[in-house]
Design a protein around this ligand. Structure first.
Ligand code: NAI
Ligand code: MG
Length: 456
């Protein structure tokens, strides 16, 4: 930990909010010191250095703090954030109940009401976008918010805090508490004064949050957790399209995606060719500085995540999968991992079962549609899935059989604010985005009135 004085003197004046003076907490539209007086450092994952030592940094803060390549961040994270907030803003005056005819002399209608105080715990892989997914529907339904960004990536959330004040939100509507999970995060999950908690992150912590909610006030819980998403490629698929989409589906954001299509099932006749083309594509992937516009892949978020990914790669090698390319750390500094492909992967290997959250693609072979459906669903997770084929019957058969919240046909990661997103099984509870996501932030009340008027 830095002490406050050290941090204050070293933090550059890169942000339009007084982080250098009081890099802590945003409550009631004011910057507040932490009660303990502690501060924590934040790092640039592309170099491993503390951002407090970076001088004259560019103000695109998301890339700086998360290591995301600048251009995809602009198009996916920033555009996605704007679209999400606009989409939910449109709902603020359109969430209305229904009038329900019931037996007897009654008038019955429903109304949607805010849940109250919503705790929102945000991960580091899409710090700004995940904040928008949670802020938008919560505000549209009239709730107040206590948000905790991930300890690795607090900067864009704090930037939002400054904008919230500038936009004229009443004090206390949105409060932002940067801090660590076991302290600030756990406090949100168990707090008796918080009425709902929404979480995106690991399945392990999702279970803790659900448990804490159950042990405290049974607050509403929505969870968006891990995945091990299958991507099924039939022999009749457009091969160029399937190879490229499968590549982007797992390597985007350096593989740090809950939807990562990390299990690619390829039909036997095209298996060898698919592997060959995938390896050729992965070798062309440009890894490097997030601020270079040609960069396709930045670093992993932290040393911890880099170590975790490399350890899982080692397990793949020792369990007998074929390492086709990559497999090592990339470069001399920062937390980069080479784009890595395994072929001849068995379903029981750790790399086929565990969420890797890194740039590692597993390619398996299948023979029949029945077999691949069973194997694709043979996982604890159920977030996303995809199928590549020109045969509409196969596409729909697979889509309806997938135990997953999302199925993409001949595309991958085609997400939008209008569509509900969330997991089956241990990938989560509830949905985000779309009308389903909106209603996770409202209570519905039924009002029934006895009609006493006569002769009408
Ligand atoms: P994590 O689940 O520990 O962290 C996500 C958020 O939860 C952060 O804001 C963290 O501060 C908070 N948190 C941590 N412990 C908590 C607790 N006891 N109570 C309340 N909040 C808590 O994820 P971590 O450790 O950073 O990454 C581990 C793995 O989790 C990754 O390798 C990946 O597999 C998965 N993950 C999945 C994400 C997704 O998008 N579904 C996002 C981040 C991680
Ligand atoms: Mg953790």
């Amino acid at each position: 930990m830095l002490d406050r004085q050290e941090s204050v003197s070293r933090f550059p004046e890169i942000l339009p909010y007084p982080l250098h003076k009081s890099p802590e907490i945003f409550i009631n539209n004011e910057w507040q010191d932490s009660i303990s007086g502690k501060v924590f450092p934040t790092y640039n994952p592309a170099t491993g250095e503390q951002i407090s030592e970076v001088q004259e940094a560019d103000k695109t803060i998301e890339s700086l703090n998360s290591g995301k390549p600048f251009l995809p961040t602009l198009f996916v994270d920033i555009q996605g954030t704007i679209k999400t907030l606009r989409y939910f803003a449109g709902y603020a005056d359109k969430l209305h109940g229904t009038t329900i005819p019931i037996d007897g002399d009654y008038l019955t209608f429903t109304r949607y009401e805010p849940i109250g105080v919503c705790g929102q715990i945000i991960p580091w892989n899409f710090p700004l976008l995940m904040a928008a997914w949670k802020l938008g529907p919560a505000l549209a339904c009239g709730n107040t918010i206590v948000m905790k960004p991930a300890e690795q990536t607090p900067l864009t959330c704090l930037y939002i805090a400054a904008l919230i004040k500038e936009a004229g939100f009443p004090p206390g509507v949105i409060n932002i508490l940067p801090g660590y999970g076991p302290t600030a995060g756990a406090a949100i999950a168990s707090h008796m004064g918080i009425d709902k908690v929404a979480f995106t992150g690991s399945t392990q912590i999702g279970k803790l949050i659900q448990e804490a909610a159950g042990k405290s006030n049974l607050k509403r819980v929505t969870l968006e957790l891990g995945g091990k998403s299958p991507n099924i490629v039939f022999a009749d698929a457009d091969l160029d399209l399937a190879v490229e989409q499968a590549h982007q589906g797992v390597f985007f954001n350096a593989g740090q995606m809950c939807t990562a299509g990390s299990r690619i099932f390829v039909e036997e006749p095209i298996y060898d060719e698919f592997v060959r083309r995938s390896v050729e594509r992965a070798k062309r992937r440009i890894v490097g500085s997030p601020f270079d516009p040609t960069t396709e892949q930045g670093p992993q978020i932290s040393q911890v995540q880099q170590d975790r990914v490399l350890e899982l790669i080692q397990s793949g090698i020792s369990e007998g999968a074929t390492l086709e390319c990559g497999g090592k750390a990339f470069g001399q500094k920062g937390f980069f991992v080479e784009p890595t492909i395994f072929s001849n992967v068995r379903d029981d290997m750790r790399i086929a079962r565990e969420e890797i959250f890194g740039p590692v693609q597993q390619i398996m072979k299948f023979k029949t549609i029945e077999e691949v459906i069973e194997r694709a669903n043979n996982t604890d997770y159920g977030l996303a899935s995809a199928v590549f084929t020109k045969d509409i019957n196969k596409a729909i058969t697979v889509s309806t059989a997938m135990q997953a919240g999302t199925v993409w046909i001949n595309c991958y990661n085609a997400m939008s604010s209008q569509c509900p997103f969330g997991g089956y099984k241990m990938s989560g509870n509830g949905r985000e985005l779309g009308q389903n996501g909106l209603k996770e932030y409202a209570e519905v009340k039924t009002i029934t009135m006895k009609m006493v008027a006569k002769n009408c």
